[in-house]
Design a protein around this ligand. Structure first.
Ligand SMILES: *[C@@H]1O[C@H](CO)[C@@H](O)[C@H](O)[C@H]1NC(C)=O
Ligand SMILES: *[C@@H]1O[C@H](CO)[C@@H](O)[C@H](O)[C@H]1NC(C)=O
Ligand SMILES: *[C@@H]1O[C@H](CO)[C@@H](O)[C@H](O)[C@H]1NC(C)=O
Ligand SMILES: *[C@@H]1O[C@H](CO)[C@@H](O)[C@H](O)[C@H]1NC(C)=O
Ligand SMILES: *[C@@H]1O[C@H](CO)[C@@H](O)[C@H](O)[C@H]1NC(C)=O
Length: 868
């Protein structure tokens, strides 16, 4: 006899299973690569993207491939294929009526067949919600200086079982079309609730019923987090440094390895633990902290509500009233006396707070300011403030669209020039070669060397490229004056209208008078270098703070471009291993860039002079310099909002401060991504001979692996202390890269090592170093390591040198210190000394280092007594 209960429960299970199965269909994420063929494709993170054709209807839709792959694209999928609509078209997706969804739209404004992205204006609606109107992906990307664009929306329950996504070309523009490269629709938990309205006591906004557009999502004090590394909601978290206001960037720190992030009742999907285990705080000096606000500035659309979600976790302190601070949003107090431990109850416990502000619709009101300041009233133990993560969402119930941003004049001008120049390049080629060769003896030697190298390579890979005008001229141009006059308009007022608002906000402006004063009227005796841009002077500002002033040669077109690129780029980049831009001057024809002064000059001058090794650097010092430079480049490649390729990595672009800390400099040639003239595939090879990636030569396609190749040459330079090109040597030895590789193959590499290092390198360390350098010089970019692998391998080589007996690596960098304006004047103050110790500032350096390098000494290395 069967027990009827068993039957019933079996039936129930079946029904339940069936229900589960049905519902799981609607809640499965949809990740669609628009225009992808049968089978779809995988992105750089290994995520599978499916074709979109099942879901789309109406309109004249065409699928097409982008005509140009921008080097900053993370992967081909989903950006290189698109669906193009010349009339209104609809996607229909099944959804659950009561669930919140992520909707992510991906756009890569490239030329598709005959469709030019500058003609694309369109609207997108999701059921009744307007997501985009009169949207131009090309203009938006140009303004953001990005090649592609990801829009993320979080849609509140739509009370419908279908999400209808409508793409409609604008009828205000002749020949307008719509396009999309990727669509993601992912069910998500309800992560919003009611939030307090800043400036209105006890008023709250019910965020549950509102639709959101993600404006910013930042891992404060940390690095980029990819969708795969997120805690289940496939979000991207970016580095916060580009958004910090002014030079007061505070310090970043990281939880010690043994601290576990304890979520308690908070769901882990709120944010991954990598958000909570890094943070930014103000620094260690009470007086300095009391004197400034740690401030982030965000560009937003006016006339809208924004929800600012702040993530906190104190993984260092554990008591109430140790750090207490005020939080300001748009200059209004959002939270007085925030005490993270007071909120969470303990060390390592994360929490978040939501604040809503309304951003007005009036001139200049398109920014959202977030500022932190110590709150002294409760007499906390430390006058400091702390933040781990920020998310900023735009909220609305019907319309999330905003106007297209306005690209800065500078960006527009820069692009027009680049385009003009590329058109002219063939025409100019001869002049440049002759000009370069006749210029100096070095020029002749260089051209000779180039010919040898090129000749040799040609034999190896016949027909892959030829010595024609397509790549030489631009190199010539970096060393000769351009023929056309500088076109920057003479502006003598403070600030430069050619620069984006952000760059202006982040940079200090100097008057010409100040520049003259700093450099003794540009006295020749203060010249410390000469580049394509002009002369570089040593200078002193603010009664004693040393700077390097790069003064443009007004005759040089290269100068104008480099000047603008450097300000735009450097003002947004801050890293311990990048040379910081302090400010700029632009008055009439005069243009100057002001940098931190690097007391010890270039890495090269510490290795050799002329053709003779002169180095007194120990192996350990060389490794540390290489590691520092590798970290700086790693940051350029991955730490910023988009991949930045340096393009001219060489030992004269690696500078040393007074403590031999390496800093990467000279971003004048850097490539950030925007390339609006995609129809015109870039044939411009920039960089320096001896360091140039052969693959870049061949395919004329730039990737960050080209920097890795150049860095491999730098590694051999550090090891061998000789020039990368030395035409006076026998043919096979002219190029260091080729000679080193040949010696490696023959097993004779030991013979060409800098004699001053002989016998002083641990053999294991040397082996690791050489293997690493060799991999960098692989013929194919794919076979070369990433900068991150490089850092790791070089640290390993350092460790083998330091601890040859194989003891474990000393504790790795707990604190990556970026502070630049901390004064130690009163470091006998006990309170502060305690604070230092707590921040374990020494840990970037090995514990095994000289005992004199205790934490305060290391701290003093980065002291700028004046502050800026
Ligand atoms: C929603 O968007 C519309 C149109 O942009 C705007 O006028 C309105 O103020 C917004 N509402 C809120 C609550 O932000
Ligand atoms: C906040 O204050 C700063 C400095 O006083 C000012 O420049 C800025 O415009 C203000 N921001 C807003 C959104 O009011
Ligand atoms: C910090 O910001 C608040 C709000 O804008 C402002 O009142 C205060 O003066 C600022 N403090 C400093 C030191 O800049
Ligand atoms: C949505 O808001 C934008 C910008 O405020 C406006 O231009 C557009 O007309 C609005 N669309 C609708 C359907 O309300
Ligand atoms: C659409 O956007 C463009 C570029 O931002 C702008 O010039 C134009 O006036 C806008 N058109 C409408 C109808 O809003």
């Amino acid at each position: 006899m069967h027990d009827p209960n068993v039957l019933i429960s079996l039936l129930c299970t079946l029904v339940l299973l069936h229900a589960l199965h049905a519902s799981s269909k609607d809640s499965d994420p949809l990740i669609l690569g628009c225009g992808l063929g049968e089978g779809g494709g995988k992105d750089g993170d290994g995520r599978q993207w499916l074709p979109d054709n099942k879901y789309v209807s109406g309109g004249n839709s065409i699928t097409s491939k982008a005509s140009f792959q921008d080097p900053s694209l993370l992967s081909e999928v989903p950006y290189m294929s698109a669906r193009i609509f010349t009339s209104e078209a609809t996607y229909k997706f099944p959804v659950q009526t009561d669930k919140r969804y992520w909707l992510r739209l991906h756009f890569y404004p490239s030329v598709y067949d005959s469709y030019d992205p500058s003609n694309s204006y369109f609207s997108v609606t999701a059921n009744e919600v307007t997501l985009l109107s009169n949207f131009s992906a090309a203009i938006t990307c140009q303004a953001l200086s990005q090649a592609y664009l990801d829009r993320e929306y979080s849609l509140a329950p739509l009370n419908s079982d279908t999400l209808t996504l409508v793409f409609k070309p604008s009828d205000k523009h002749n020949g307008a079309f719509a396009f999309v490269n990727g669509i993601q629709l992912i069910q998500m938990p309800e992560i919003f609730d009611s939030a307090s309205l800043v400036g209105y006591n006890d008023q709250t906004v019910d965020a549950k019923s509102l639709h959101f557009q993600t404006m910013f999502r930042l891992n404060v004090g940390g690095q980029y987090i990819s969708p795969n590394q997120d805690s289940g909601l496939s979000r991207m978290w970016y580095d916060d440094t580009p958004y910090i206001y002014g030079a007061a960037t505070g310090v970043t720190n990281q939880a010690a390895k043994d601290v576990k992030i304890d979520y308690q009742s908070m769901p882990q999907y709120i944010a991954p633990s990598s958000i909570y285990s890094t943070s930014r705080s103000m620094g260690n000096n009470k007086d300095i902290n009391m004197g400034y606000n740690l401030t982030w500035i965000f560009q937003v659309d006016p006339n809208s509500m924004y929800l600012t979600r702040l993530h906190f976790c104190d993984y260092y302190y554990s008591k109430v009233n140790q750090i207490v601070f005020d939080i300001f949003v748009n200059n209004q107090t959002a939270q007085a006396q925030a005490d993270v431990i007071g909120w969470t109850g303990g060390k390592g416990v994360p929490t978040y707070k939501d604040y809503v502000v309304y951003v007005q619709d009036s001139v200049g009101e398109d920014q959202l300011w977030l500022a932190l300041h110590p709150a002294p009233d409760t007499k906390p133990e430390f006058y400091d403030a702390l933040l781990n993560g920020v998310e900023i969402f735009k909220l609305n119930d019907t319309n999330l669209s905003g106007p297209n941003p306005q690209p800065s004049d500078m960006m527009v001008e820069h692009e027009v020039k680049e385009r003009k120049f590329e058109d002219k390049e063939t025409h100019y080629s001869k002049t440049f070669v002759i000009g370069g060769a006749a210029g100096s003896v070095v020029g002749v030697a260089l051209v000779a060397a180039i010919c040898i190298v090129v000749h040799k390579r040609k034999k190896r890979s016949p027909g892959s490229y030829s010595l024609n005008s397509s790549w030489l001229p631009l190199y010539g141009n970096t060393h000769t004056s351009g023929n056309s006059k500088s076109t920057i308009s003479g502006k003598s007022t403070v600030g430069s209208s050619n620069l984006s608002a952000m760059a202006q906000g982040l940079c200090r402006y100097f008057s010409l008078q100040e520049m003259k004063q700093a450099t003794k009227n540009f006295d020749e005796s203060n010249v410390i270098g000469v580049g394509g841009f002009g002369k570089v002077y040593k200078g002193v500002i603010d009664n004693g703070f040393k700077v390097a002033v790069k003064r443009s040669n007004p005759q040089s077109e290269q100068g104008v471009n480099e000047f603008q690129t450097e300000i735009e780029m450097l003002s947004k980049l801050r890293h311990k291993h990048l040379v910081s831009l302090i400010g700029f001057c632009e008055e009439g024809e005069e243009m100057c860039l002001v940098y931190d002064f690097m007391a010890l000059g270039t890495m090269r001058e510490h290795l050799y002079k002329g053709n003779k090794p002169t180095s007194t650097l120990s192996w350990k010092q060389r490794l540390e310099i290489c590691i520092g430079a590798a970290r700086g480049l790693h940051y350029l490649h991955t730490g910023a909002k988009y991949t930045i390729i340096h393009r001219d990595v060489k030992t004269t672009n690696i500078l040393l401060d007074e403590n031999f800390v390496a800093k990467v400099s000279d971003f004048g040639l850097s490539k950030t991504g925007p390339n609006m003239n995609q129809g015109h595939v870039s044939t411009v090879v920039k960089g320096s001979f001896g360091y140039l990636d052969p693959e870049y030569f061949r395919r004329q396609q730039l990737t960050e692996k080209s920097d890795v190749y150049s860095f491999g040459v730098v590694l051999f330079e550090a090891l061998c202390a000789r020039p990368v090109l030395n035409p006076s040597l026998p043919k096979e030895q002219v190029s260091l890269a080729e000679w080193a590789m040949l010696c490696k193959r023959k097993g004779t590499l030991e013979d060409i090592i800098d004699p001053s290092l002989k016998g002083k390198i641990n053999p294991e360390s040397l082996k690791k170093f050489i293997d690493t350098a060799e991999k960098c010089l692989s013929d194919h970019g794919l076979d070369r390591p990433s900068m991150n692998d490089l850092c790791w391998n070089l640290e390993f080589a350092l460790n083998l040198q330091e601890n040859p007996d194989g003891s474990p690596p000393s504790s790795s960098h707990v604190v990556e210190c970026e502070l630049e304006e901390v004064s130690l004047k009163d470091h006998n103050n006990d309170e502060m000394a305690a604070h230092y110790k707590n921040l374990s500032l020494g840990s970037e350096h090995d514990d095994s280092q000289e005992s004199s390098e205790n934490s305060t000494d290391i701290f003093s290395q980065i002291v700028n007594p004046k502050g800026r």
